[in-house]
Design a protein around this ligand. Structure first.
Ligand code: ATP
Length: 201
């Protein structure tokens, strides 16, 4: 597909797979993820999910199955609680992300960036979407919280979810990724684990 002025990209994501994506700042990684999630138009090409096609599926249904999580997601209510569909299920997952029990009732404005980032991940994972498109989901986290996110994503993938993960952190990409891609002006290229860790294009 070609989104906006981005390079042409061909990428297949398999069930249970975590694929990492890196590339220079501003090259269009976020826009690519947004285009896959039907949040901005692609200039050409197609996006498919099993037998379904982005072009023919109603956008809300597509976005429910192919979930995009921005690096800094927006919140519309004063506290996190109203953003979740099944609050009791969410409560049982807080500890796994090292979040305090009362966090769903606290004002969002008083939460740290890292707390909001982990809550956003829980939001994105509600209802077990088929695909998660994650834009630097641990950028604001300390190592312990980051490890907790990594563990949760591993479990999600093991249960059949697929993840496309933008990360600038080679160690995290190594820990999580089954395959690795580099996006630059010439397109989206699969790279080896060694090249990914070494920062080679
Ligand atoms: N809605 C938009 N309309 C037009 N241009 C946009 C829009 N959103 C982003 N851009 C531009 O498109 C380019 C790609 O942006 P994008 O956020 O996808 O980059 P990125 O690779 O994710 O960068 P980073 O690693 O810094 O997050 C940038 O030049 C950006 O300014």
């Amino acid at each position: 597909m070609v989104a906006g002025d981005l390079p042409s990209v061909t990428l297949a994501l398999h069930v249970g797979e975590i694929v990492t994506l890196r590339g220079p700042s501003g090259i269009g990684k976020s826009r690519l993820l947004r285009a896959i999630a039907d949040l901005e138009p692609a200039r050409s090409g197609s996006v498919k999910l099993r037998d379904a096609n982005l072009a023919t599926m109603p956008a809300p249904k597509w976005r429910d199955r192919v979930r995009y999580l921005a690096a800094e997601p927006g919140w519309w209510a004063e506290t996190p609680g109203p953003h979740f569909r099944e609050i009791s299920a969410v409560r049982t997952r807080l500890a796994a992300l090292l979040l305090p029990e009362n966090i769903l009732e606290r004002p969002i404005a008083e939460l740290s960036t890292g707390e909001r980032q982990r809550l956003a991940l829980l939001r994105g994972m509600e209802g077990a979407p088929a695909v998660l498109l994650l834009d630097e989901p641990t950028s604001a986290l300390d190592p312990a919280a980051s490890d907790a996110v990594v563990d949760m994503l591993r479990i999600y993938a093991k249960r059949g979810g697929a993840v496309l993960l933008v990360t600038h952190n080679p160690q995290q990409a190594k820990l999580l990724g089954h395959r690795h891609f580099h996006l630059d002006q010439t397109g989206c290229h699969e790279i080896s684990l060694d090249d990914m860790v070494a920062g080679v294009k």
